[in-house]
Design a protein around this ligand. Sequence first.
Ligand code: ZN
Length: 491
Amino acid sequence: MLRIKLILILLLVLLSGKFSYADDPNLKNRLRTHVKILASDSLQGRGLGTDGAEMARNYIVEQFQDVGIQPFGEDYLQKFSFRQNLAWIPAVNIVGVVKGSDPVLKDEYILIGAHYDHLGYDIQNDEKRVFPGADDNASGVAAIIELGRYFSQNPDLLGRSLLIVAFDAEESGLLGSKHFVENSPVPVENIRLMFSFDMVGMYDANNGLHLKGIASLENGDVWAESHAEEYNIRLRQTGSDIARRTDTEPFGRAGIPAAHVFTGQKSPYHKPEDQYHLLDYEGMVFIHNFMKGFLSNLSTEPQLLQSSSLIASVLQESSLVGRRPSVGFLLNTGSGFHRYPDEFFKAKPLLSVSTGLYFNLPLSNIFGLQLETLYDLNRSQISGGNFHRQSFTVPLNIQFGTPDVQGQDIHFFLFSGPYYRYSFSGESTGVKMDFDDVFRNDEWGYSLGVGLNIFGFFMGYTSRRAVTNLLLDDENKILDSNGYFSIGYRF
Ligand SMILES: [Zn+2]
């Protein structure tokens, strides 16, 4: 009788999902070991491009191999480089996959990612301060390795395939995830959902798990909540706003539902105290169990769709890709001359300059408005001698540009629009200009031009032609004209 009772209890325990981690007693130790190694002194804070980062990479690759995550090509490495000031910095994402078992859904993907780079170290008062980055983000890397192990051992629990990525260069501006989205080894539209595990080691201190952005997946919040109830886990921030300061951001921009798996701000992150022994490994086991069930359910849902709010925000943003309002400096040097439409006389050009500030407002990724406020020194040879004049000129141009070349801040543009010019002093054939009886203060005209922008520096050609007469009396017409070589710099 006792034996039957024992067997029944054992069966109940085995059947209850809540106790399922009891059958993996080493999980907690393995999570701790991953964090301990990745946040150890010898890795020196895993700074971008350092030996410590390379050691972290070697460890993660070894773990991916050991747990059975498959590479896409010969290895797991997705190498890239990016420009920081004037140098090109090399960086590497680590990318693998666990294939799903559903014959149709396996061509769709759910991505679990975690950045492995951190801040490295700095020197203060001749003392080296290492930022170990245990919670940020050795914890996230440990989480994706162990989820990779679980699903490699239980591929039948996956319908869709699971992409597993350790991102580089997150701390430098989400560059690893941005590169991944632009160079995904699978069609990016087949990635239906993304999770960024970024700081998951402080469950007890924060008393909850954030899934910020989960409602960017249609029904994502509802599914998460009902699943959390089963695991008795407290969820926070299950709305549709995608977190912007972790690797979810580039995915959200590309229209992929994305959630930040995060235990919270109560953490010594970005401090030398972010050390492995402070983390809550019980909590990490808890999150692992919750996420493995949630991922398994999500991978077999018949449809994973973008929420309507994600679609709306992508539409709004796609019209402004990479372009922001900006202010900059402009210098135009070239020639000025005058046109005499009613006479045979043709003036000769003389050197003219114009300089000032511009304000640029992007309207879409190809159209923009540019307002300029310029001081002009305008010179030319007119009939009877030389002419020069000082003015303020305010051109308002519509710009029409190419999209950025390969995602870099490089593009060509054409522009055109009206300008207004107010002249306040000058000399004509040796006589001070008389703005009361002979010359006009006001002038209207239009500009036309082309330019090339390279990382905020630009150069181009600008032509300006007046359509209003320089003279007050309309019997003779003198129209101003300029051709400038333009250079500029965006602040
Ligand atoms: Zn982080």
